[in-house]
Design a protein around this ligand. Structure first.
Ligand code: PTJ
Length: 264
């Protein structure tokens, strides 16, 4: 579908089109489209912008990836469809390896996602087919199947669009989990070590950029940044921002544009 440039929701429609295209290519799961809708609702409440708490979480995430021994980026259908280029960039800057790990698993989808990542410039993609030969018993879903060179031995794992069970299991295994999730109330958001409450289409390019800027800092400074973060407090600040937006709306008792909301 051709989206008119002047359409007030053009960017949001372009993202939807991208997901639909990738759904047809077998990259995105049926449920990935539903998950995106839920994300959009929260994005609206956040004013469709990267908030201050999100930026702080992004900086922490960049420092955590840059100081990790085995940093990993776990990729699912939605992430591959929307931010494959940024995933590859971030991997290049931080030395993280990329692993495909799906909730709705099939070898066809794994291969379709691998293709998208390789087209974006990835030279290595873990977790495809028999490569996911290890099992994390603590995880109930198909996500338990992991690559022994990747998520299994990782100390820091970035998980865009995640389900709570895996986050909980990975944290219990002493891994630092960095989640990107627009819903600050989700189990993933609440259980992760660092939660970036932002749309992946904004969060991932920003994360790659900040990681590049921080790369020249010494390791001690980066460790300080990575450890001085309180996830619960930062989530609280985000929920407070949503609250402020809603209060403002309620006071006006009328429609206010997203632009006005983002100035709150
Ligand atoms: O590709 P697969 O098979 O691994 O499946 C992926 C989905 C997303 C279907 C699967 O992980 C799933 O069912 O996820 P959930 O439990 O629906 O959670 C998805 C979370 O991501 C929700 O809390 C959404 O608010 C959030 N979300 C959706 N779109 C975005 C988002 N967060 C950031 N950016 C988005 N664009």
């Amino acid at each position: 579908m051709k989206i008119p440039k002047e359409h007030p929701r053009a960017e949001s429609l372009r993202v939807r089109e991208r997901l639909l295209e990738h759904y047809k290519m077998g990259v995105v799961a049926h449920a990935g489209l539903i998950a995106h809708g839920r994300g959009e609702a929260f994005d609206y409440l956040l004013g469709e912008k990267t908030t201050k708490p999100a930026l702080q979480a992004i900086k922490t995430a960049a420092a955590a990836l840059l100081t990790a021994k085995h940093p990993m980026i776990s990729v699912n259908g939605n992430a591959a469809a929307l931010v494959a280029d940024d995933i590859v960039k971030l991997a290049g800057v931080t030395g993280a390896r990329i692993e495909v790990n799906l909730f709705y698993r099939s070898v066809e989808r794994e291969k379709a996602i691998e293709r998208v990542l390789r087209e974006a410039g990835a030279t290595e993609v873990l977790g495809i087919g028999e490569d996911a030969s290890a099992r994390i018993q603590e995880i109930g879903s198909e996500r338990r199947r992991v690559d022994p060179r990747g998520i299994l031995i990782a100390d820091v794992v970035l998980v865009p669009l995640e389900d709570g069970d895996r986050t909980e299991a990975l944290v219990r295994l002493n891994k630092k989990v960095i989640a990107v999730d627009l819903n600050p109330l989700s189990r993933t958001a609440q259980l992760a070590t660092v939660t970036i409450v932002d749309n992946i289409v904004r969060a991932m390019p920003t994360l790659a950029k900040i990681a590049k800027e921080l790369k020249t800092e010494d390791q001690e400074k980066l460790k300080e940044i990575a450890s001085g973060f309180d996830n619960k407090r930062t989530l609280g600040e985000t929920i407070d921002l949503i609250n402020q937006q809603l209060t403002k709306l309620a006071e006006k008792g009328t429609y206010i544009s997203l632009l006005e909301m983002s100035n709150i």
